[in-house]
Each structure stands twice: as structure tokens, then as C-alpha cells.
Design a protein around this ligand. Structure first.
Ligand SMILES: NC(=O)c1ccc[n+]([C@@H]2O[C@H](COP(=O)([O-])OP(=O)(O)OC[C@H]3O[C@@H](n4cnc5c(N)ncnc54)[C@H](O)[C@@H]3O)[C@@H](O)[C@H]2O)c1
Length: 257
């Protein structure tokens, strides 16, 4: 495939949590497929490094440092897409976090707040500003929210994370139903264990976890983050024109157990 001539050629896409892991990998896939990008995360220097790498290959990339739990930061990222490229066609709401997993009755209230703020309020704020921009342009759009396998069943990631990721699927379905008539599609990924800073920190805390999780996965492995990005990009493209309100498992079959 010629670089930039793929499924998102001519499209403008926002990727949150783009400074590492699945977000950075998705930005690379989207750039290969021709998207003009706005990258958002808190670590601005990491965003600039990725932007430089992608611009060297010919991609259009703008960066917006910021926190997805802050409405004005999210609004600024969306405005950057509109000011720089004229509109926003697609978004991958991917920024997320975990805290040290604990039994529910031993979980710190502050950890609950952090996990719900980033994983749920963050997605909520992103969708709100993205949909406003899409409605204003009147050209429709596609949004993909990165939930988790923890969005469809309980996992060892802790009750707040499981609750937040389940709630992301609720937001996804509600928005898909509300905005289908405006040509805005909204889908979610039920992502399985994927190599990233998040999974590396889990393996650092619990070295046996990787092997245990590999054994429970039908494909017997952890995903490469680009394998998740490819599905996100496909869902953002016209190839997925009749797909909305869906939860797409990207988990090597783990959810099939
Ligand atoms: N890695 C996995 O096994 C796995 C599995 C299922 C779902 N997920 C989900 O994938 C998403 C990406 O995680 P990852 O695995 O790539 O981990 P990661 O830690 O590499 O990436 C998380 C990204 O989110 C950003 N981020 C965190 N809090 C933020 C905030 N308040 N504002 C803006 N950006 C913020 C981080 O800076 C980083 O860029 C998360 O939503 C996570 O829950 C990951």
C-alpha cells in the first residue's frame, strides 16, 4: 500500500492517549491509511516525537497536550482539528488508566475517582466535543471508544476499572442510537491484553501474570498494539459504514471462553 493512500485518505482523526501503547500504534496505522491527525495526551514531548516520526513519512499531524478529564483541554484538541483541517471526521477515544488493583472493600476512594475520571468521564467529554464538531460540520463522522475485555466481564483489573469500561459501552450504545440519523457512527473495542506501558506495569507488579494470561488466551499471546489500531481504523473508515453501536472484541478469542 502507498503510504497515505488507504482507508482514511482525506479524513481528519483525533487520537487520545496517543503518547504510548495502543494510541501511538493507532496513530501510526491511521497515518499509513492517509488520515490527517490530531494527537492528544498529557505528555506533550512524547506526542511531538511521534508527530515528527509521522511527518517524516509525509503525514499531516498536529499535537494538543492535555488531560481528557478536563473539558477545556478536550475542546481545544477538537478545535485544533477544525481550525487546522476544517473538520473532524473520526476519533479514537483511547486514553485510559489503571491503579493498583485491589478488592472492592479495600479500594481507595481516590483510586476509584481516578479510574472513573479518566476512563469514563474522559470518554464522555471527548464524545461530547467531538459530536458537537461533527454536527456543526454536517458531514457525519465515526467515533471508536477503547473499552476493554473488562467492559464485558469482570477481570482482575479491579472493580472501578471494570465498572468504567462497562459504562463506556453504555455511552457508546446511547450515542450510536442518538446520532445515527446525523451520520455519526459510534462503536467500541473490547480490547484484550495488549503490549503497552499499561500491561508492562501489570507484568512488573505480577511477573506470573503474563504467562497466566497467555495460557487463558486461545491464541496464546498478547496483542501487538497495531493489531488493535487496525480495527479502530477500520471502524473509523467507510468500510464499516453499517456498523454502529457495536462492541468489537479484539482479544485473540479470550472473550469466547
Ligand atoms: N494494554 C492492554 O492490555 C489493554 C487492554 C484493554 C484495554 N486497554 C485500554 O487501552 C487504552 C490505552 O492503554 P494502553 O494499553 O495503550 O496503555 P498506555 O499506558 O501505554 O497508554 C495510555 C495512554 O493514555 C494516556 N492518558 C492517561 N491518562 C490520561 C489523561 N487523563 N488525559 C490524557 N491522556 C491520558 C497516557 O498518557 C497514554 O498515552 C486504555 O483505555 C486501556 O484501558 C488496554
Amino acid at each position: 500500500m502507498t503510504y497515505g493512500a488507504g482507508m482514511l485518505a482525506g479524513r481528519v482523526m483525533l487520537v487520545t492517549g496517543a503518547s504510548s501503547g495502543i494510541g501511538a500504534a493507532t496513530a501510526r496505522v491511521a497515518a499509513r491509511h492517509g488520515a490527517a491527525l490530531v494527537l492528544m495526551a498529557r505528555r506533550a514531548p512524547r506526542l511531538e516525537e511521534l508527530a515528527a516520526e509521522l511527518r517524516d513519512k509525509g503525514a499531516e499531524v498536529a499535537c494538543s497536550g492535555g488531560d481528557v478529564t478536563r473539558s477545556d483541554d478536550v475542546e481545544r484538541a477538537v478545535r485544533l482539528a477544525v481550525d487546522r483541517y476544517g473538520r473532524l471526521d473520526a476519533a479514537f477515544n483511547n486514553a485510559g488508566t489503571t491503579t493498583e488493583p485491589a478488592l472492592l472493600h479495600e479500594t481507595d476512594d481516590a483510586d476509584y475517582d481516578t479510574v472513573l475520571d479518566v476512563n469514563l468521564r474522559g470518554v464522555w467529554l471527548c464524545m461530547k466535543h467531538e459530536i458537537r464538531a461533527m454536527l456543526a460540520a454536517g458531514t457525519g463522522g465515526a467515533i471508536v471508544n477503547n473499552s476493554s475485555i473488562a467492559g464485558v466481564r469482570a477481570t482482575s483489573a479491579g472493580a472501578p476499572y471494570v465498572a468504567a469500561k462497562h459504562a463506556v459501552l453504555g455511552l457508546t450504545k446511547a450515542a450510536a442510537a442518538q446520532y445515527a440519523e446525523h451520520g455519526v457512527r459510534v462503536n467500541a473495542l473490547a480490547t484484550g491484553l495488549t503490549r503497552s506501558e499499561m500491561s508492562e506495569s501489570l507484568f512488573a507488579r505480577d511477573p506470573a501474570a503474563e504467562e497466566r494470561m497467555r495460557r487463558r488466551n486461545p491464541q496464546g499471546r498478547v496483542a501487538d498494539p497495531e493489531e488493535v489500531g487496525q480495527v479502530a481504523v477500520w471502524l473509523c473508515s467507510d468500510q464499516a459504514s453499517f456498523v454502529t453501536g457495536a462492541t468489537m472484541a479484539v482479544d485473540g478469542g479470550a472473550g469466547a471462553w
